[in-house]
Design a protein around this ligand. Structure first.
Ligand SMILES: Cc1ncc(COP(=O)(O)O)c(C=O)c1O
Length: 488
C-alpha cells in the first residue's frame, strides 16, 4: 500500500500544477491528481517525497542503464566537478570529451570513427540530417537532400526530427513547419496493409503446419509468426525498392530505428529487413542513418542494435545516440559517422565546407565523464551477458499472456518489449488512443510499487538493463498478473 500524499507533497503538487507544463501530457488530466514527486533513487528503485518506493520500470524514460546512484558514475562526475563543470568544444577540447569519443569509435560498428556531440536524441538526429545532406552537397549532388523514413517512426521533437517521425496524433498542428518525407511502410504485424494480409492468408506454413486461411499454429501473437515476418519483409523491401527506383536521385538517406521502433509502440523489424534495407541503400547510393537513441547501449541485447543485422562493412553511415549514453545521468548525445562522410566537409576556409552547427553544451565534460564510467561498467559487470538472460525471462513472461483474450500482440527485442492491449477474438481490434486501458493498468501497477508508462494501448517494458533477475521477475509477475486479472 502506498502512503498518502503528505502536506509537503500537496504543496509541491500545487506549485507543479501552477507552473510546470509537462511534456507529452494532457494538462487537464494531469491536474486532476496530486502528482507523484520523485525525490531520490537507489539502484533500480525511485522514491517519492513520501518515501513510497517504486521499481523504475521505464528506466527513467529509457535512459538509465546501471541503476540510480551508481558509485562509480557518481564518483566520476564528482571528480570532474572538482576540475571543471563545463567548457566548450567550439575551438577547445576537453579530456572527457576526447576520451569518450575514442571509446565510442572503438566500440561502434564498422567504420563509424567520427563523433559529433550534442545534448539530446532530437539534436543527435538534427546533426545527422545535416551530415547526410551536406555530404551529398559537398560531393556535387545537391539534389540529394530528401529522406526516406520508416512509417510510425519517432525521432524526437525538433522540426526535422518531427518531419522524419511524423504522426498525426503528435504533429498535425505543426505540419506546415515540416518538410516532406517519403515512407517505407511500417512492419507493424497488427495493422497489416492489405497486400500483406492477402499474401499471408493465401500461404500455408511448413514451420507451424498451418494451412492457408488458418491462424498461425505456433503462436497467437502476430509478431511471433515467422511466415508473417517474411511477408512483411518482402513487402517493405519491395516498396522501398520502388521508392528508390524513382527517387534515389533526390534521396540523401534512409532513416530508421534499427530492430525496434520504440515510441511507435514497440514495433519490431523482422531480422532480415534491416540487412535488406542496407543492401538497397548501397545499390541505389543513398546513406543509412540509424537512430539508436532508444535501442543503443544494450537494450536489444548487443551494445548497438545494428550490430545484429548488418554484415561486416555494411553498417550505417551515420549513427545517432543519446538516452543511455551517459548511463541515464546527464544530457548527452552523439552522432557518429564514417570518415568518408566527415571528409566531405573538409576543405579550405574559402571552400565553405565547414559544418556550421553546434550546441552550447556540446560534449559537456561532466556528461562525458559519466558516459566513460557507464561504458566501462558494461565490461566490469558483464552487462550484455546479464541482458541476454533478462531477455529470456521477459520472453517467457510474454508467453504466459498467450491465453489472455485482451492481449493483441507482444513484441520484444532484447529487454525492450511492448504488450499491446486490444481485442483478440474473431474480430481482432487494436484500440484507438482514446481508450486508455493501458494507462489504467499502469496506474494499478503503480499501487503495487511498479512504475510503467504506456504508449497508447501498448504497455512498454523498459527495465533498467542492470536490474537484478529476481527483481525483474517480480516486475514481470506484477505486469502479467495485472493483465490476466483485468476486467475489460
Ligand atoms: C528512437 C528515438 N529517437 C529520438 C528520440 C528523441 O530523444 P530526446 O527525447 O532525447 O530528444 C527518442 C526519444 O524517445 C527516441 O526514442
Amino acid at each position: 500500500m502506498l502512503k498518502p500524499p503528505s502536506e509537503r507533497t500537496r504543496h509541491l503538487g500545487k506549485l507543479d500544477h501552477a507552473h510546470i507544463w509537462h511534456p507529452f501530457t494532457q494538462m487537464n488530466q494531469w491536474i486532476e491528481d496530486v502528482p507523484v514527486i520523485i525525490e531520490r533513487g537507489e539502484g533500480p528503485y525511485i522514491f517519492d517525497c513520501d518515501g513510497n518506493r517504486y521499481i523504475d520500470g521505464v528506466s527513467s524514460l529509457w535512459c538509465n542503464v546501471h541503476g540510480h546512484r551508481v558509485p562509480r558514475i557518481d564518483q566520476a562526475i564528482r571528480q570532474q566537478l572538482d576540475r571543471i563543470a563545463h567548457t566548450t568544444l567550439l575551438g577547445l577540447s576537453s579530456p572527457p570529451a576526447v576520451e569518450f569519443a575514442a571509446m565510442l569509435a572503438g566500440c561502434a560498428p564498422g567504420g563509424l570513427n567520427r563523433v559529433f556531440y550534442s545534448d539530446s536524441g532530437a539534436t543527435a538526429l538534427e546533426v545527422g540530417f545535416k551530415m547526410a545532406v551536406g555530404y551529398w552537397y559537398h560531393r556535387g549532388q545537391p539534389s540529394k537532400h530528401q529522406f526516406i523514413g520508416l512509417a510510425g517512426a519517432y525521432h524526437g521533437d525538433t522540426a526535422a526530427a518531427m518531419s522524419v517521425g511524423y504522426s498525426d496524433l503528435f504533429h498535425l498542428p505543426f505540419r506546415p513547419m515540416l518538410f516532406p518525407v517519403r515512407w517505407m511502410p511500417s512492419p507493424d504485424p497488427v495493422r497489416l496493409p492489405d497486400p500483406v494480409r492477402d499474401a499471408y492468408r493465401r500461404a500455408s506454413c511448413e514451420r507451424c503446419g498451418r494451412n492457408a486461411g488458418e491462424p498461425c499454429a505456433a503462436s497467437t501473437f502476430p509478431s511471433r509468426c515467422p511466415l508473417l515476418a517474411e511477408r512483411i519483409t518482402e513487402y517493405v523491401l519491395a516498396e522501398l525498392r520502388a521508392l528508390l527506383e524513382k527517387h534515389s536521385k533526390d534521396t540523401a538517406a534512409i532513416v530508421l530505428e534499427p530492430l525496434m521502433q520504440g515510441a511507435a509502440g514497440m514495433i519490431g523489424q523482422p531480422p532480415v529487413l534491416l540487412r535488406g534495407i542496407a543492401r538497397l541503400a548501397r545499390e541505389f547510393d543513398v546513406l543509412v542513418m540509424a537512430d539508436e537513441v532508444a535501442t543503443g547501449f544494450g537494450r536489444t541485447g548487443t551494445l548497438f542494435a545494428c550490430e545484429q543485422e548488418y554484415e561486416a562493412g555494411d553498417g550505417p553511415d551515420i549513427l545517432c545516440l543519446a538516452k543511455g549514453i551517459s548511463g541515464g545521468y546527464l544530457p548527452l548525445a552523439a552522432t557518429l559517422c564514417t570518415d568518408e562522410v566527415e571528409g566531405a566537409f573538409r576543405g579550405r576556409i574559402e571552400d565553405r565546407r565547414t559544418l556550421f552547427h553546434g550546441h552550447t553544451y556540446t560534449g559537456n565534460p561532466l556528461a562525458c565523464a559519466a558516459a566513460i564510467a557507464s561504458l566501462e561498467l558494461f565490461n566490469t559487470n558483464r552487462l550484455l551477458e546479464h541482458i541476454q538472460e533478462s531477455a529470456r525471462r521477459i520472453g517467457h513472461a510474454m508467453t504466459r499472456l498467450e491465453s489472455c483474450p485482451h492481449v493483441l500482440d507482444v513484441r520484444q527485442k532484447g529487454i525492450m518489449a511492448g504488450i499491446e492491449i486490444g481485442r483478440r477474438d474473431d474480430a481482432p481490434e487494436a484500440f484507438d488512443f482514446t481508450r486508455q486501458v493501458a494507462r489504467e493498468m499502469c496506474m494499478a501497477m503503480r499501487s503495487r510499487g511498479l512504475m510503467l508508462r504506456p504508449l497508447g494501448n501498448v504497455l512498454v517494458l523498459m527495465p533498467i538493463p542492470a536490474m537484478a533477475h529476481d527483481l525483474l521477475d517480480q516486475m514481470l509477475d506484477i505486469i502479467v498478473e495485472t493483465i490476466e486479472t483485468w476486467k475489460m
